[in-house]
Design a protein around this ligand. Structure first.
Ligand code: MUC
Ligand code: MG
Length: 367
C-alpha cells in the first residue's frame, strides 16, 4: 500500500450550458485528473476543479504544485498514513483542490486495496442522496424552464438559486417565479457568492419572506464582519457558510462569531479527510449541513455522494450533485445517472469509478 506515483493530468471538457453566478462563470471544465499509484498495482483517482475566483487555484498551478511539491512529499508513504500525508501537504498554504484530489485518490486506492467502498470506509450510513440542482443566472423564464426540466427528467425537487445581482429585484423575481411555477412542494434556497452587501441581502430576504426558503448561503462577504453578523441575526432561515468556512478553524470562527448558522461541505476543497473533520465539528455544534458542489464533473460528484452518503448529517438534506449534467461529456466509463431525484454511490471497492481511456486521450490537454 505504498505510494509510488502521483500523476496530475489536465483535461478540458466544454459545458453545453455555462454556469454564471455572482463571483464568476464557468464555460469549460478545465480540471485535473489525479491518479495515485501504489507498489501493489492499485490506482486511485479523483479530480481537482480549479476555481480561481474562489480559491485562487489554476489548472497549471494545480499541476505544478502536485508535480513539484506534493508528489515528492508523498512517495513512499503508506495509504493509511493519512495524518502524515496531511502534515506534509499542509506545509504548503492554500491549494485546497489539489490537496483534496490527492486525499480522495488515496482513499479510493485504500478502498480498492481493501475491497471496501469509500462510503463504507468513511461511515456507511446509506448508499444514496437526494439531489439538489443549482440554477445559474439567466432570465426568470429560462431558470424556471431549467428547473421544470430537471424535475420532469430527473425527479429533482430541490433547487439552489444563484443570487447576488444588482438590483436585487433581478434575483427576487426569479425566486418568486420559481415558487409560483414549481408550487409549494419544491425546496428552494439561495446562494449569493458574496455578491450583495449585508443591507442588500436583508432587503432581498425581506422581499422573499413569503417564498418559504430553506436556507440562504454566502449572501454577503464574511469579511464584512459586523454587517454579516447583523444580517444573520435577523434571518429566520439558517445561513450557510460556503467559501468562508473551509477549515475547522474557519467553521469555528464563522459559527461562534455569529456570521453563519449552517455549513456547506464540498469534498472538492476538503477531500474526504478534511470533510470528515468539518462534518464531525458540525455535528458537535448542532449545525445543518448541505453537501455543496464546486461545479464538479462526474468523478467529483461521485466523490461528493460517496462522502455525503456515509453520514446521517450529510445525507439528511439533498446534496448539490447535478452540475455534471451541463457538461457536454465526461471521463467515466459508466456515466452517473440521477433517477427519481436520487444519486447512488457505486457498489464495489473504492469509489467504483473507471476512467474511459479513449475519453481521457481525447480530452487531456497535455499532449
Ligand atoms: C457554490 O455553492 O457557490 C460557485 C462558486 C463556487 O465557488 O462554487 C460554486 C457553487
Ligand atoms: Mg455557494
Amino acid at each position: 500500500m505504498k505510494i509510488t506515483q502521483v500523476e496530475a493530468i489536465p483535461f478540458a471538457i466544454p459545458y453545453s450550458k455555462p454556469l454564471r453566478f455572482a463571483s464568476g462563470e464557468v464555460h469549460t471544465a478545465e480540471h485535473v485528473l489525479v491518479r495515485v499509484r501504489t507498489d501493489d498495482g492499485i490506482v486511485g483517482v479523483a479530480e481537482a476543479p480549479p476555481r480561481p475566483f474562489t480559491y485562487g487555484e489554476t489548472q497549471a498551478g494545480i499541476i505544478a504544485v502536485i508535480e513539484s511539491i506534493f508528489a515528492p512529499q508523498l512517495i513512499g508513504l503508506s495509504l493509511v498514513e493519512r495524518e502524515v500525508a496531511h502534515e506534509r501537504l499542509n506545509r504548503t498554504v492554500g491549494n485546497p483542490t489539489a490537496k483534496s484530489a490527492i486525499d480522495m485518490a488515496m482513499w479510493d486506492a485504500l478502498g480498492r486495496s481493501l475491497d471496501v467502498s469509500v462510503t463504507e470506509l468513511l461511515g456507511g450510513y446509506t448508499d444514496r442522496m437526494q439531489v439538489s440542482h443549482m440554477l445559474g443566472f439567466d432570465e426568470p423564464a429560462a431558470m424556471v424552464a431549467e428547473a421544470e426540466m430537471m424535475r420532469d427528467t430527473h425527479g429533482i425537487t430541490t433547487f439552489k438559486v444563484k443570487v447576488g445581482r444588482r438590483p436585487v429585484s433581478l434575483d427576487t423575481a426569479v425566486v418568486r417565479a420559481l415558487r409560483e411555477n414549481l408550487g409549494s412542494g419544491a425546496e428552494l434556497y439561495v446562494d449569493g457568492n458574496r455578491g450583495w452587501t449585508a443591507a442588500e441581502s436583508a432587503r432581498a430576504m425581506k422581499e422573499m419572506s413569503d417564498l418559504d426558503l430553506l436556507f440562504a448561503e454566502e449572501l454577503c462577504p464574511a469579511d464584512d464582519v459586523l454587517g454579516r453578523r447583523w444580517l444573520v441575526q435577523q434571518l429566520d432561515v439558517p445561513f450557510i457558510a460556503d467559501e468562508s468556512a473551509v477549515t475547522p478553524a474557519d467553521v469555528t470562527r464563522e459559527i461562534l462569531g455569529g456570521s453563519a448558522t449552517a455549513l456547506s461541505i464540498k469534498t472538492a476543497r476538503t477531500g474526504f479527510t478534511g470533510s470528515q473533520r468539518t462534518q464531525h465539528l458540525a455535528e458537535g455544534l448542532g449545525l445543518e449541513v448541505v453537501m455543496g458542489n464546486q461545479i464538479d464533473g462526474q468523478l467529483g460528484s461521485l466523490c461528493s455522494v460517496a462522502f455525503g452518503a456515509a453520514y446521517r448529517l450529510t445525507s439528511h438534506r439533498a446534496g448539490e450533485l447535478s452540475n455534471f449534467l451541463a457538461m457536454s461529456d465526461d471521463l467515466l466509463a459508466e456515466p452517473l445517472r440521477i433517477s427519481d431525484g436520487e444519486l447512488t454511490v457505486r457498489p464495489g471497492s473504492g469509489l467504483g469509478a473507471e476512467i474511459d481511456p479513449d475519453k481521457l486521450r481525447h480530452y487531456r490537454s497535455d499532449r
